[in-house]
Ligand binder design. Sequence first.
Ligand SMILES: N[C@@H](CCC(=O)N[C@@H](CS)C(=O)NCC(=O)O)C(=O)O
Length: 210
Amino acid sequence: MLKLWGRKNSLNVQKIMWFIGELRLEHCRIDLGGAFGGLDTPEFLALNPHGHIPVLQDNTTTVWESHAILRYLAAQYGTPTFWSETPSTRAQQDMWIDWELATLQPAFMDLFWSFYRTPNSQHNSTQIQRAIKHCAEHYTLLDRVYAPQKTTLTLSDFSIGSTLFRYFNLDINRPSLPNLEAWYRHLTQKPAYQEHVMIDFTELLGRQNF
Ligand SMILES: N[C@@H](CCC(=O)N[C@@H](CS)C(=O)NCC(=O)O)C(=O)O
């Protein structure tokens, strides 16, 4: 059975759990990190020398880095619709998978940490406004690319889509994003998205210690 290490309110855990849910794979998830701690034990560091969640174990295979885990699951258990076997199509999907980790997620995390995880008394409004602007640019680009109506779920959606629940639930100004909002509403109808991504994150409010 698949074993995933990591707390359920970690964005990087959520993208994996949502994919596992869509694939209907038998699994167990072990709470680790955040308030649960346990990332610096010799046993866990033997699985991931960086001491970060998520980590996937599948029999004798151990994988860390959330996007490496997504790719492993897609290759081992997915259908080519998620991650194509044709190099040119796969490259089109990989571009968005890599863009999410290299560009969108750092921008979103900058916003999430500066606005949500930093206590109000320590807010830096210049940093927050800059982060809001960067996110608006990235999500506006997605809004354009998703036009007129995106319907298919591919591998990059698990990471991009996981940020949407938080982005659309932060008390910030957002640009008009009709296509992206339609896609987000579509995701919110999916049971696996509801179960693994639409998770209360108030534990993280004003919390900077993990
Ligand atoms: N690039 C890594 C980032 C891993 C990472 O930073 N994980 C965070 C949680 S999202 C972590 O381990 N934080 C410590 C904690 O949760 O206590 C990935 O995509 O898996």
